[in-house]
Design a protein around this ligand. Structure first.
Ligand code: MIC
Ligand code: SF4
Length: 646
C-alpha cells in the first residue's frame, strides 16, 4: 500500500504508538518554534522541568507579537526571552525581524523535518513539505528539551487539486473556499495533504498561505509535497542546499479525498465574525469600508505585498479609508525597498507599518464602533481586533487593495488592467542581523538570565482531588475561541508572563465579572458548546482559569490544542454524553463529581447537579498517558516524575 507524505514523515519520527488514526503517537521533533507571547511560559516550564539546554536539533524564539513594546512589560519579556534563549541554546529573532512563521520559512525550514511551535499557525511551513504542528507551551517545552511530542494520529485527507487559478484569484481564496466547505469545526483530527496537477500551478508562497490557514479548519496540520516548485523557492531564497524532494507514493492511500478545481475559485470573503462565513465578494460588494489591512503570517509575504504594490502603483488610497500594511518579514520589506515597490506603496498613501503581527492580534489599528474593517488576515473572531463588537471581513491581498482604492468592498476583477501574478523574490539576503545565534554550551554556563518583575510563574497544580465540586461559573455557546476565553490586545498581552495578573482578564469581553466571581467562589466549572477553545494555541486559556480555581470544562466538543492544554494543566475536559443536558444546566448551579480518579481511569463521569437535583453523565477522550498526568495534576508533575524515575 502506498504511503502519504504525512505518514512517511511521521513514520520516520515515530517513537511511540501506531500510525492508526485516532490513536496517540509519540514523535521526535526536529525544529521547535516559540514566540514572545507564549515563549516566556515555554522557558518558565523548561526551567521548572529542570532542563538547562535544548535537546531538539534546532529551536528558535521569535519576538514577533509585541514588537511595538507598547508597555514596559513587553521589553521585560523580550529581555528574558533573549537571555534565556542564548543560555539554553535557542536562536533569537529580534523584535524587528517579522513574524516567526515566515522567518522560519525563509531561514530554517527543511522539507521532511518535523516541527512544533507554541503558535497555532505553525503549519505555515507545511507548504514546503515539512510536518509542522501547533501546540501548547508545556508540550513545546518538553519537545525543546528533546522529549517526544504526543499527538493523536490524524486522518490523512487528500485534497486533490486540478486546474489553475484565474487572474485576480489567489491562494487566500483557495483556503477560504475550503473553509466554506469544511467549516471551522470540520478539520478536527485531520491532516490535509495536497496533491494533483493543480498544485504545480501554485508557487511555494501560495502553498504556504494555504497550509498556514488550514489551522482555521481546526486541522492538526496541512502539507504540500516538496517538488520542483519547492526547489525554485529554495533557489530564490538562497538555500538550495536545504532543499530535498519529499513526495507521497504515487499510489498513496488516504483516509478521505476532496476534489478542488482551481478554475472554479473566485474572490471570496469571510464575513464577520467567523473564518468560515464565506461568500463570493461579488455577493456583498459595495459595503462601505473604513479600514483595510494586509499582513499577518497568512498574507504578509513578499509575494502578497508585491501584488499589492503593483495594484497601488499610479493609484491612491480612497480618502475615507485607512490602508495599513504589516509585512510578515523585514527581509521582504528590504527586498521591496530595493526594488522600488515600497516607494510605490508610500506614494499611494499606504501606511507601511512594522513587520509584526500587530493588528492581527489587536495591537494597534483597533476599529471604531460601527466601522467595517477588511483584512487580508486569517481570523475574525468577535473582538479579536480589540473592539468587542467589531465587524472584520477576511479577504485576499488583491481584494483588500481593490477595496482600499474604491472605499467599498470590491471584487478585484472590477479593476482595470492586468492582475499581478504571485511572484517570488528574485533573490534573498540570508545575512540577517536580527537573528542571534545561541551561546555554546560552554559559554552558556556563565550567562545570567534577565528576569523583570513581570516574570511571575504560576505554582503548579496539585494532584486531582478525589471529589471535585463547584459552581458553573459561566455557560457559553458554540465556537468559543481562545480569544473569548483569554483575550489578546496590547493591555492584556503585557501580562502573558504574569499569570496572577493576566488571570484578571479571563472572559473579560464576554463577562467582565468572571474573574472576580471565580476567585470569590474558589473556582468551579465552565460549560461550553461545540468546538470549545478554537483558534490559538495560547495555553493561558487553560492556565489562567486553572489559576482561578477552575476544575473542569464540560462541553459538546473541544478544539484540538485547547483540549491538550486543559489536560496538560490538570483541568477535566468533559464531554456531555447527551448534548441535551447542556440545556438543563445554568450558570450558578453547583456540580459535584465524586471518585474522580476512578472516573478518569474509566473516562466516564457521573456529575451531580445539586442545585437542580439531577445527575447526568459525561466522558473524556484521554490516552493512558493523559489519564496518569491528569491524576497527578498535569504534564509538569508528570514530566518531573518521569525524570526522577529514570
Ligand atoms: C493568534 O493568532 O491568535 C496568536 C496570537 O498567534 C496565537 C498565539 C498566542 O495567543 O500567543 C496562536 O495562534 O496560537
Ligand atoms: Fe501573528 Fe496573527 Fe499569525 Fe497569530 S495569526 S502568528 S497573531 S500574524
Amino acid at each position: 500500500m502506498g504511503q502519504s507524505l504525512t505518514y512517511k514523515i511521521l513514520q520516520e519520527h515515530l517513537v511511540g504508538g501506531k500510525l492508526i488514526p485516532g490513536q496517540e503517537i509519540g514523535i521526535t521533533i526536529d525544529h521547535v518554534l516559540i514566540q514572545d507571547i507564549t515563549g516566556t511560559q515555554v522557558f518558565l516550564h523548561f526551567e521548572a522541568i529542570g532542563l538547562d539546554r535544548v535537546g531538539a536539533e534546532l529551536a528558535v524564539c521569535y519576538a514577533d507579537h509585541n514588537v511595538l513594546q507598547v508597555k514596559s512589560e513587553n521589553m521585560q519579556d523580550h529581555l528574558y526571552l533573549q537571555t534565556a534563549a542564548r543560555k539554553f541554546g535557542v536562536w533569537f529573532s529580534k523584535p524587528a525581524n517579522g513574524i516567526g512563521h515566515q522567518i522560519h520559512l525563509e531561514h530554517f525550514a527543511v522539507p521532511g523535518k518535523t516541527a512544533i511551535g507554541s503558535d497555532s499557525h505553525t503549519p505555515h511551513c507545511g507548504g514546503i513539505g515539512m510536518l509542522c504542528i501547533g501546540a501548547g507551551g508545556l508540550d513545546v517545552a518538553v519537545a525543546m528539551g528533546g522529549g517526544p511530542y504526543h499527538v493523536v494520529m490524524p486522518r490523512v485527507v487528500n485534497v486533490h487539486v486540478t486546474g489553475a487559478l484565474h487572474p485576480w484569484c489567489s491562494a487566500k481564496d483557495v483556503i477560504l473556499e475550503l473553509l466554506r466547505r469544511i467549516t471551522v469545526r470540520g478539520g478536527y483530527g485531520n491532516s490535509y495533504e495536497f496533491s494533483g496537477p493543480g498544485i504545480k500551478t501554485l508557487n511555494a508562497q501560495q502553498r504556504v498561505t494555504i497550509t498556514n490557514m488550514g489551522t482555521e479548519l481546526g486541522a492538526t496540520t496541512s502539507i504540500f509535497p516538496s517538488d520542483e516548485i519547492t526547489r525554485e523557492f529554495y533557489h530564490a531564497i538562497g538555500r538550495s542546499d536545504d532543499w530535498r524532494e519529499m513526495l507521497p507514493d504515487s499510489d498513496a492511500e488516504y483516509d478521505d479525498r476532496i476534489e478542488l478545481d482551481l478554475t472554479t475559485i473566485e474572490p471570496l470573503v469571510a464575513l464577520p465574525s467567523l473564518p468560515d462565513k464565506v461568500v463570493p465578494v461579488r455577493d456583498v460588494a459595495g459595503e462601505k469600508i473604513e479600514q483595510v489591512i494586509v499582513g499577518s503570517c497568512t498574507n504578509g509575504a513578499y509575494a502578497d505585498l508585491k501584488a499589492v504594490a503593483k495594484i497601488m502603483k499610479s493609484r491612491t488610497v480612497h480618502p475615507d479609508v485607512s490602508f495599513v500594511i504589516h509585512p510578515a518579514s523585514r527581509m521582504a520589506l528590504e527586498q521591496l525597498a530595493d526594488e522600488g515597490y515600497l516607494a510605490d506603496l508610500l506614494k499611494a498613501g499606504v501606511n507601511v507599518a512594522e513587520p509584526t503581527c500587530g493588528a492581527c492580534i489587536g495591537t494597534g489599528h483597533v476599529p471604531a464602533p460601527g466601522t467595517r474593517s477588511v483584512r487580508a488576515f486569517n481570523r475574525n473572531f468577535k473582538g479579536r481586533s480589540g473592539w468587542k463588537d467589531d465587524l472584520v471581513f477576511l479577504v485576499s491581498p488583491e481584494t483588500a487593495a481593490a477595496t482600499a482604492i474604491t472605499g467599498v468592498l470590491t471584487d478585484p476583477r472590477e479593476l482595470a488592467g492586468d492582475a499581478p501574478p504571485s511572484a517570488l523574490p528574485p533573490k534573498f539576503n540570508q545575512n540577517n542581523p536580527n537573528l542571534i545565534a545561541p551561546a555554546s554550551a560552554q559559554d552558556a554556563r556563565d550567562l545570567a538570565i534577565r528576569r523583570g518583575d513581570n516574570i511571575v510563574p504560576a505554582a503548579p497544580k496539585e494532584a486531582l482531588s478525589q471529589t471535585v465540586s463547584g459552581e458553573v461559573l459561566i455557560k457559553v455557546g458554540d465556537d468559543i475561541s481562545t480569544d473569548h476565553i483569554m483575550p489578546a490586545a496590547a493591555d492584556i498581552l503585557a501580562f502573558r508572563s504574569n499569570i496572577p495578573k493576566i488571570s484578571e482578564f479571563v472572559y473579560y469581553r464576554v463577562d467582565p465579572e468572571f474573574s472576580k466571581r471565580a476567585r470569590e467562589k474558589q473556582g468551579g466549572f465552565i460549560v461550553g458548546g461545540e468546538n470549545y477553545g478554537q483558534g490559538s494555541s495560547r495555553e493561558h486559556a487553560a492556565l489562567a482559569p486553572m489559576y482561578l480555581g477552575v476544575k473542569g470544562v464540560i462541553a459538546k466538543s473541544f478544539a484540538r490544542i485547547h483540549l491538550a492544554n486543559l489536560v496538560n494543566f490538570g483541568l477535566l475536559p468533559l464531554l456531555f454524553d447527551d448534548n441535551s443536558d447542556y440545556d438543563r444546566i445554568n450558570q450558578g448551579d453547583e456540580l459535584i463529581i465524586a471518585d474522580t480518579h476512578r472516573a478518569v481511569d474509566k473516562k466516564s463521569f457521573v456529575i451531580q447537579n445539586k442545585t437542580m437535583g439531577f445527575t447526568f453523565t459525561a466522558h473524556a477522550v484521554l490516552t493512558d498517558r493523559q489519564k496518569e498526568l491528569l491524576k497527578l495534576g498535569g504534564l509538569l508533575a508528570y514530566t518531573r516524575l518521569q525524570g526522577s524515575n529514570q
